[in-house]
Design a protein around this ligand. Structure first.
Ligand SMILES: [Fe+2]
Length: 374
């Protein structure tokens, strides 16, 4: 179950490995939290983590990518960036090799609806973000029936799309409340830098560098760096753009809280006739769970529940376990509801929105930095 770091108590057990930026494990699954660990998590900028709970001992997290592979990919990206920062070339083959492992798992994933567990530090942007964007792009490409050659290029482009950020001055990556106009000018150059860096590597592929160059372009011409319109943006770049936005919205930023997974999909859907490719967004809505397993949700009955199982055909109506009644009292005997069968009840809100101080979805100001998310 997702628990905000402020509500963690000593003795609670970590429910999903928490990774450092290089892919190594900071706290492994099953580790009992101590006051020191909780303090450290808060200092590092974690907002919420997965904890084990007896109530959910029978529930399994099923992701399309094993944690070991996720770690390996994150490590390769970390090494890639470190090499580039030292001014040397990175191993294009090494990235391509880890991509093949990622692809093998993703293409064999038996489900049709998926989610990724996103436990991140606020400042941890490039490495885990790139792996997520790679995984989401590949899954979308797979459901969009792309051939293997295209899938490989899409995966590589998505993994390397933000490399240009290594040229940001350090102060730009620091946690801050506001992004200035000068910052925006610099930020808008990173897709060009990403392309340049990829094109400097021996054996690079043109399409891979194009995806990196175009991942912030928007269908209506409002994107950057060139303000390309519609068909001028390559289809693979449009897939990467949607995966990028979805991932960036669902993690905390120094200047805003994360959006719930449902809200992120809502944002993409709401802009599928202006900013994003309609076909890509439709595929996302069909295959990405708006309410992943472990997510705390509020039901229209007033009760609070946790998602315990996805319903393949209708991800918007999962199976939930009710843990609190409408007054907020913890139930001594939780009960499961299959929202596919109990049609009179539905999910009202999820994630941070279930907390007292939730942001109403209509609060447009939360979207104001959308053009400059990574
Ligand atoms: Fe970016």
């Amino acid at each position: 179950m997702w628990i905000p770091v402020d509500e963690l108590k000593p003795g609670m057990k970590v429910g999903y490995p928490i990774l450092r930026e290089d892919g190594s494990i900071l706290l492994n699954q099953g580790v009992a939290l101590t006051p020191g660990y909780i303090k450290r998590l808060r200092e590092l900028g974690f907002n919420s983590i997965f904890v084990e709970d007896e109530l959910f001992a029978d529930i399994k997290i099923e992701e399309p990518l094993r944690i070991e592979t996720k770690r390996k990919a994150q490590k390769v990206l970390f090494e890639t960036v470190k090499k580039l920062q030292r001014g040397s070339k990175f191993s294009y083959e090494k990235v391509a090799k880890v991509l093949e492992e990622v692809m093998e798992e993703i293409l064999n994933y038996p489900g049709t609806v998926f989610y990724l567990v996103q436990i991140r530090q606020c400042s941890d942007s490039i490495f885990s973000h790139s792996v997520s964007v790679g995984v989401i792009s590949l899954l979308l490409g797979h459901y969009l029936s792309l051939d293997m050659d295209y899938l490989k290029k899409l995966g590589l482009g998505a993994l390397l799309h933000d490399l240009g950020k290594i040229r940001f001055p350090p102060q730009l990556l620091e946690e801050r409340e506001k992004i200035t106009e000068d910052d925006k000018k610099l930020i808008s150059l990173h897709p060009i830098w990403s392309r340049e860096i990829i094109q400097m590597q021996p054996g690079y592929d043109f399409l891979v560098s194009l995806i990196a160059l175009q991942h912030h372009e928007r269908m209506d011409g409002s994107g950057y760096p060139y303000g390309l319109i519609g068909e001028d943006i390559h289809f693979l770049s449009r897939i990467c753009a949607c995966a990028d936005v979805y991932d960036a919205l669902t993690v905390d930023r120094p200047y805003r809280k994360r959006f719930s997974y449902a809200e992120a999909l809502e944002y993409l859907m709401g802009n599928s006739h202006s900013l994003f490719d309609l076909q890509v967004v439709t595929t996302m809505v069909r295959h990405i769970a708006p309410y992943p397993v472990g997510e705390v949700v509020k039901l229209t009955s007033g009760e609070t529940a946790v998602v315990i199982k996805l319903n393949e055909g209708l991800p918007i109506r999962p199976v939930v376990r009710v843990i609190k009644d409408e007054e907020g009292n913890t139930l001594s005997k939780p009960r499961d509801i299959d929202l596919m069968k109990e049609l009179a009840i539905s999910i009202l809100c999820s994630g941070d929105e279930t907390a007292e101080d939730f942001y109403p979805s209509s609060d447009i100001s939360r979207f104001k930095e959308m053009d400059f998310i990574d």
